[in-house]
Write a protein of this length. Structure first.
Length: 508
């Protein structure tokens, strides 16, 4: 088994290296950096829609160049004043927020409390499909005290309110009422440091600096997020000086970047748990024995060492990383045991195996395609024939919206340091779940309805036990976030949450 994995890994690494062509010749060649005042970033994918509130970090990274929340989250994950300058809990279910004065939207219209109430009325509407709605679902209402003061009332104690607010971009009431929801989707507007100038689906998004931004005009005049699906091409573009930043560098090319005269690897510890999620509504994955068998068929330690070169950690039989509030230290990884896996399949009535598939993106996570291919080979060793379907970001987003990701799909859930933000995606309210458990649902609501940390930990520990027992996913790895950046870039750090913050970035 180990030999099979290694051979596949070698092929994957050789293929990645070959796809660079003569990239090594770029080393030592002066970089042809972008025009003065322009900053280009190579991203794995741009969303196929600019609708506000989509939950993917790719979408949030695009939208938060233009729009802003009440509470800002920095590249490390710390919270700071945004469109709200201060806040205070009046009682366990009521918070008063003071709003920033002197802020205007991109068309010059002043920002007021009306815009905040309008946004949250839209987000919280019963028929709303707002992607990050679940992160503020305990908000009951927003009430206006005056033009720059609001009250947020919650359905009970809401321990993650501030973190949740950092995911909701405030929309301009006057603009949406004028152009409609379709108009806001085709050309979003907000109070952010950049305003949209051009969007080419599947290719790029271009922004211009907002001169009247309350935080000061951005350091660059033009920002371009360019879709470059292939990781090796993102590296080549970085080393050629075509882009200043490249996200999700292929693991086997990190040394190439660090040895170049023009660029370096920039990484940060994240809180993402990489999972291979089962659709438990359909056979054979409606049977927990089959799900456990496939967990046991994956040699995670071998993949970590050979494909990820030791970067990251094996998840401890749960979706949470060890640096997340709610992580259960009493659980261990599901062991690699192909013999037990075959016995479980036999017991479940699948002794002859079955055909299935894995859906993944290319370059969204470290070595995601290679990991999927190696896992498919490991599945074959227990009689499960698996096709790996590699799709682009736009296709993946459409599949997620249609709630049809296939039998298994690879996804990384960021906790942002608190279990609430990861565990929500396995609840009915998260709208992205392919598994349901009544006790898990009740514990989730209980944990987000108290400010007692001991009670919250107790709930999350049990939730992780339930996931460990029912295995709604294959718990793979805790991953770092890895970027490449040119050496003359200033004012930017690799974000732990994958949301690009570029208003202070510039090339010196």
């Amino acid at each position: 088994m180990a030999k099979t994995s290694f051979e596949i890994t070698r092929r994957g690494l050789l293929a990645a290296g070959a796809s660079l062509g003569g990239m090594a010749l770029l080393n030592g060649v002066p970089a042809a950096f972008a025009a003065e005042g322009t900053l280009e970033v190579a991203v794995q994918g741009v969303p196929d829609s600019l609708i506000t509130g989509f939950s993917s970090f790719a979408s949030q990274s695009v939208m938060f160049q233009m729009m802003e929340p009440l509470v800002l989250r920095d590249w490390k994950g710390d919270l700071h004043p945004g469109l709200a300058t201060e806040w205070k809990a009046i009682d366990p279910e009521t918070w008063r927020f003071k709003l920033r004065e002197g802020v205007t939207f991109h068309d010059g219209t002043p920002f007021t409390a009306e815009d905040v109430k309008y946004t949250f009325d839209y987000v919280l509407a019963p028929d709303s499909l707002y992607g990050t709605k679940s992160r503020v679902s305990q908000v009951e209402s927003v009430e206006i005290e005056d033009d720059h003061t609001i009250l947020i009332k919650t359905k009970g104690p809401f321990p993650t309110l501030l973190n949740g607010l950092s995911n909701i971009g405030i929309e301009p009431k006057h603009y949406v009422e004028e152009v409609g929801r379709d108009g806001m989707t085709s050309k979003p507007m907000g109070t952010g440091p950049f305003q949209l100038s051009r969007w080419v689906p599947g290719d790029r998004i271009e922004y211009t600096a907002f001169d009247d931004y309350w935080g000061g005009k951005p350091a660059i005049d033009t920002l371009v997020l360019r879709q470059v699906p292939e990781g090796s091409t993102r590296v080549a573009s970085l080393l050629a000086g075509e882009v200043a930043i490249s996200e999700e560098l292929p693991i086997d090319l990190l040394e190439t970047v660090d040895q170049s005269p023009n660029a370096s690897v920039v990484s940060v510890e994240s809180t993402v748990g990489l999972l291979l999620t089962f659709d438990t509504s359909k056979a054979p994955f409606d049977d927990a024995r089959v799900r456990l068998a496939l967990n046991m068929a994956v040699d995670k330690e071998a993949i970590l060492e050979r494909l990820l070169l030791g970067r990251g950690t094996v998840l401890q039989g749960q979706m949470l990383t060890s640096n997340t509030f709610g992580f259960n230290p009493d659980l261990g990884p599901i062991p690699y045991d192909p013999e037990k896996a075959r016995a479980l399949l036999e017991e479940a009535g699948y002794g002859d195996g079955f055909d299935t598939s894995i859906t993944t993106r290319s370059g969204k996570y470290l070595a995601d395609v290679d990991i999927s291919n190696v896992i498919a080979a490991m599945f074959a060793d227990i009689g499960v024939n698996t096709t790996v379907n590699v799709v682009e970001q736009g296709v993946y987003s459409k599949m997620a919206t249609a709630h049809d990701m296939g039998p298994m799909h690879m996804v990384g859930w960021y906790s942002l340091g608190d279990a609430d933000f990861a565990t929500v995606w396995f609840t009915d309210g998260g709208k992205r779940n392919y598994w349901h458990n009544d006790e898990y649902e009740k514990l989730f609501l209980a944990a987000r309805s108290t400010v007692d940390d001991d009670e919250r930990l107790k709930a999350y520990h049990r939730m992780m036990e339930i996931m460990h027992e029912e295995v709604p996913a294959i718990f793979l790895f805790g991953l770092p976030t890895i970027y490449g950046a040119v050496d003359n870039l200033e004012g930017w750090d690799a974000p732990a949450d994958k949301i690009l913050r570029l208003s202070d970035a510039k090339l010196n």
